[in-house]
Design a protein around this ligand. Structure first.
Ligand code: WTA
Length: 649
């Protein structure tokens, strides 16, 4: 490794950091030699009503996968995120809300947030929501989204947040799968100056018979725009809050009580409801937030993720609030009104720590210096990246232009399933290499295996697995424990399979190479190829579809769809547009295909399996690298596809 690509921890940063190199080594050793003792100690970072009796009971054996942490303990997430801070920092700002328009913001203190959450908890109870009930949250990025989540945790309801960019169809699927009793939404969202018809989308979703589980829809007024109303079902947030009491004791919940469900895409079938539970999740979110971001009391921390993704859960809401931090919640998009917005917000709120995604960094980078013109960025101390591998070019731009060569970058690798960060530098302890997520967090034991599941030692490339449990790990797929076992523990026996490939270098640093399964990563959003394909074939004119990813300058990966039309259908530009619209409607704009190529036939093996390897190569024009095509049922289709692709260039 050339020295130019190694960024040692600066003395100045190390001197003030929570964890330096020696401390990291010592704590990491302890965490893997004596996990019980290590996590017993860390368990104390949250308040327990009843102390836990046993630290962990975990098994990755595929015949009896079992993951339980802090057994016997009882606690409450909203209590830990709010009540316990009131005495010392009740008047400190908990949430800074920055609106879509640059002249809108709000400051909400811990005391105010506590009161709002207590009231809304009572309001939810008034609507018949009890412990164990599931509540869908389909909200814009407004403080009420955090209030809704925290209120659910206060009364022991299980929330499932659905990204506001998902279509009514996608929303209905999640509501039905989780059997939600209540939906919380807003009249409309606002993003980049445009309104998003959230309430209307909910109405449409609820016309689907599979969503009859929903009894009430609670609606926050965000824009005051006209929305359809159903008196028997719809209730205004401000109406129930007016009469709700601000006293609400937090429910005493078991450490393993379900906390939330979050749907995520896999390589096959419908999105999975990833289930996280109470105690271990909060310990892990809180600990990783503090150490990875080297968080000190009083600092302003900004994670740009949407609340509809796991990053929004763990590192915008739960981790920061459990640590008594000031967390910034931004309603809009990075380039509205223009590309300088992120820099403007950093200055306006004196942000110290910025956590964002490579896709946002590349979008800023594409505009050169404009992104930082007119802002000083002086308050920044640390930068973070998440969601996909960060290419070294974007890393350098982020480091030099946003971080002014002063701020370390923590490139954090993790997943919806892992609940929190598993591989990342600790900024006071780890020398950085652009593009590498570096080393495991405390208690995390990553390893590489070949395709047969044999462990590979030393510098190597392979499938990334984790050998032992950590407290933030998902516990099950909601309603389908067998799918949980099948997806994560059957591929390589006795190990958690991440679905990612990685390389380990001579210093033991990990470099994530991307998904090794049929999952795409588009602008940091996970998309299953199977999901897009099934949306496609649901269109009346489509006989068959195959989806692959291809490198995309801004999004990381773009969506490339090969479509075989029904025999009597004529291919046309109008139909191409219609299919794009169709996918937007079935899933949401994030699934919109970048390229649609007509395919009279698809390359299949004799047993009917589509050879995506070939389709990936054609999509990028690497015709000479198609490999062996002699095993195909009809090798001639390959030439047809190559000809069509060439014709499109
Ligand atoms: C990818 C997001 C490289 C990876 C927290 C993983 C990354 C998937 C990184 C999970 C990173 C996430 N470097 N790849 N720093 N972070 N990924 O569930 O492929 O939305 O499996 O969780 O994103 O995406 P998810």
């Amino acid at each position: 490794m050339s020295v130019a690509n190694l960024y040692p921890v600066t003395e100045a940063f190390a001197a003030q950091a929570l964890i330096n190199q020696d401390k990291y080594k010592e704590m990491y050793q302890q965490s893997v030699i004596n996990p019980e003792g290590f996590w017993r100690e860390q368990g104390k970072r949250i308040d327990w009503f009843k102390p836990f009796e046993r630290v962990k009971q975990t098994s990755f054996d595929d015949l009896h996968v079992d993951i339980k942490w802090y057994l016997g303990g009882t606690t409450n997430v909203s209590y830990n995120c709010l009540d316990r801070h009131l005495e010392a920092r009740g008047d400190q700002v908990a949430i800074i809300w920055e609106g879509d328009e640059p002249d809108q913001h709000r400051h909400i203190t811990y005391r105010e947030l506590h009161e709002e959450v207590c009231k809304f908890s009572n309001a939810l109870r008034g609507q018949g929501v009890n412990r164990g009930d599931v509540v869908t949250i389909y909200m814009p990025m407004i403080p009420e989204a955090a209030v809704a989540m925290l209120a659910c945790t206060r009364i022991g309801a299980i929330h499932t947040v659905v990204f506001g960019g998902f279509s009514p169809e996608a929303l209905a699927g999640r509501i039905a799968d989780s059997e939600s009793k209540v939906v919380i939404t807003a009249d409309e969202g606002v993003r980049g100056g445009k309104r998003v018809p959230l309430k209307a989308n909910v109405d449409e979703a609820l016309t689907n018979p599979s969503t009859h589980c929903v009894k009430q829809v609670l609606v926050v007024q965000r824009t005051g725009g006209q929305v359809p109303w159903h008196n028997h079902r719809d209730v205004w947030y401000h109406d129930v809050m007016k009469v709700a009491s601000s006293h609400c004791a937090p429910k005493e919940l078991d450490a393993e009580a379900p906390l939330f469900i979050l749907y995520t895409s896999g390589s096959t079938g419908k999105p999975k409801g990833v289930l996280h539970t109470t105690g271990g999740y909060l310990v892990y979110a809180s600990m990783t937030h503090e150490y990875v971001f080297d968080y000190k009391p009083g600092e302003v921390y900004w994670c740009t993720a949407d609340v509809g993704w796991i990053t929004g859960h763990s590192y915008m809401i739960y981790g920061p609030l459990a640590n008594g931090a000031t967390t910034l919640l931004y309603e809009g998009i990075p380039n509205y009104p223009d590309v300088s917005r992120i820099g403007q917000i950093i200055d306006k709120h004196q942000v110290n720590i910025l956590y964002t995604a490579p896709t946002a960094i590349r979008a800023m980078m594409a505009e050169g210096k404009k992104a930082v013109e007119g802002s000083s960025g002086k308050s920044l101390r640390l930068l973070g990246s998440v969601g996909e591998p960060i290419n070294p070019e974007a890393w350098h731009w982020y480091h030099e232009t946003v971080g002014q060569s002063r701020c370390p970058i923590v490139d954090t690798w993790w997943q919806t399933e892992t609940g929190g960060i598993l591989i990342s530098p600790l900024p006071g302890a780890t020398a950085l290499k652009p593009g590498s997520a570096t080393r495991p967090f405390f208690g995390v034991q990553p390893a590489l295996v070949d395709n047969l599941g044999n462990l590979i030692e030393g510098p190597a490339e392979g499938n990334l697995v984790i050998l032992d449990s950590w407290p933030g790990q998902m516990r099950s797929v909601y309603g389908d424990h067998d799918r949980f076992v099948q997806t994560y523990f059957k591929t390589f026996k006795g190990m958690y399979f991440t679905g990612d490939g990685a390389r380990r270098d001579e210093d033991g640093y990990y470099w994530i190479t991307g998904r090794v399964d049929d999952v795409l990563n588009v602008s940091g959003h996970r998309m299953g190829t199977a999901e897009i394909e099934s949306a496609m074939v649901a269109h009346k004119d489509v006989a068959e579809a195959a989806v692959v990813g291809f490198p995309h300058d801004i999004k990381g990966q773009g969506i490339y769809v090969y479509v075989t039309l029904n025999a009597d259908v004529e291919a046309s530009e109008a139909l191409r547009q219609e299919l794009r619209q169709w996918v937007r409607k079935e899933i949401g704009p994030i699934a919109s295909p970048d390229v649609i190529q007509w395919a009279p036939g698809l390359p299949k093996t004799r047993s009917g399996k589509i050879m995506r390897r070939i389709l990936r190569k054609i999509a990028v024009g690497e015709y000479s690298a198609l490999g062996d095509i002699s095993t195909l049922a009809d090798p001639a289709v390959v030439q047809q596809l190559v000809d069509t692709h060439q014709g499109m260039q």
